[in-house]
Design a binder for this molecule. Structure first.
Ligand SMILES: [Zn+2]
Length: 90
């Protein structure tokens, strides 16, 4: 299935509160996501088979960042983002 045919893709970043496992400091980080929104104007132009698939689809976003750099200037270690899902349905 060609997802680009069914979804409009855009970039977004959302704040997330993360705690660094190295230094224990919590801070807000901007995490980047790719947002795939179902095309609204598409349904009528699809063939039956595609339309059935399309109706079952849901808009969703995929997380792009797996790591952020700790904001604590004395630490600067990488924080692995494990507390957020990698796919979120909208
Ligand atoms: Zn840290």
């Amino acid at each position: 299935m060609d997802e680009r045919k069914f979804f409009k893709e855009s970039q977004s970043s959302k704040p997330a509160n993360l705690t660094c496992p190295s230094c224990g400091q919590s801070d807000t980080y901007q995490v980047r996501w790719i947002v795939r929104t179902k095309r609204k104007d598409l349904e009528k132009s699809l063939r039956d088979e595609d339309r059935r698939k399309f109706l079952q689809l849901q808009s969703y976003m995929v997380r792009q960042d797996d790591l952020v750099g700790c904001k604590n200037p004395r630490c600067r270690k990488r924080i692995e983002i494990t507390s957020l899902q990698s796919i979120v349905f909208l």
